[in-house]
Write a protein that binds this ligand. Sequence first.
Ligand code: CO
Ligand code: CO
Length: 370
Amino acid sequence: MFATRVARLRQRLHEEGFTHAALVPGPNLMYFFGLSMHLSERPIVVLVAVEDERPLLIAPSFEVGKVEAATPAFAWRIYSYRDGQPYSTAFHDAAHVLGGAHARIVVEPTRLRALEWSLLTRALPHAELAATEAPFAALRQIKDAHEIALLREAARRADQVLEALLPELRLGLTEKQVARKLLGLILDAESDGMPFAPLVQSGPTAANPHAEAGARVLQCGDLLLLDFGVCVQGYASDITRTVALGEPTAELRAAYEAVKAANAAARAIVKPGLPAEAVDRAAREVIEAAGFGRYFTHRTGHGLGLEGHEAPYIVEGNITPLQPGMVFTIEPGIYLPGKGGVRIEDDVAVTDHGCESLTTSSRELVVLPC
Ligand code: CO
Ligand code: CO
């Protein structure tokens, strides 16, 4: 499987006019090589060449055995360094086999650090480094059946966590106390770590889409926004539900119904061939028609996979046609300053004729007694 993915990457690089890709520890190394490594002060770079099926590894010498054991499908060219030796020697030695003069190397824009950038550019002064996700995203955004099964399982466990949390919610708890319960339930669901810090936002705090859980005590009349995920073998779900503590004001209730209708409209329109931006527009039109347009302050969604945010982005201007196997969130929201916020987030997989919602928790407003 990994050899096939790397072969596809090499083909893609060739089509886009690149000679190499330089990968650092993170989701691309995981996806293409099955390698789970951490970024540290010791640089690790994998170079994939269009013209050579042997990938090239620059790494600390003590990591080499681990890489070879984890990737039996690959015959590595290895350039290692020991602690105390300059990293630049390994990079210069590696550069000799790259045929430096005409190299056009893709690097990961959100991952490659000044550390690796400076070592690569010093070793390859005539190479062009291009920071773009495009060749990786083109492959990773179409999930195979195994990946979709993992994402479906991650979503199923997120639904279960929500179901277990709701009976625990009550007045008098702080956001932080709710967050602690949520963290415990996510770990009980055997999540591989925490895909992202869960959001627990109550009352006016929820008007800021990414505020952290704080000391605020849950009060009657609050909307409570819960946004979290569960990670299964590297693949994370991402769900948001908003619940009410006691009957909300008419305005908050209207905002909730608009978000619910926007979420439904966006899920209903998804099908292969549709540009990603049309899904955003479908959600936005509903919220605008309800008079809350200026309070829907972010895009409608983002792709899900080995990263919590990845292609395809469900945003105005993204004309990428949807294809079966794409998995992304649909998460319209309305944020009313000083009053509260509503978001309803589902994870959907594009199918041959429409989409499957991987998250299935009820989208009706749950009003908890107070
Ligand atoms: Co979320
Ligand atoms: Co999200």
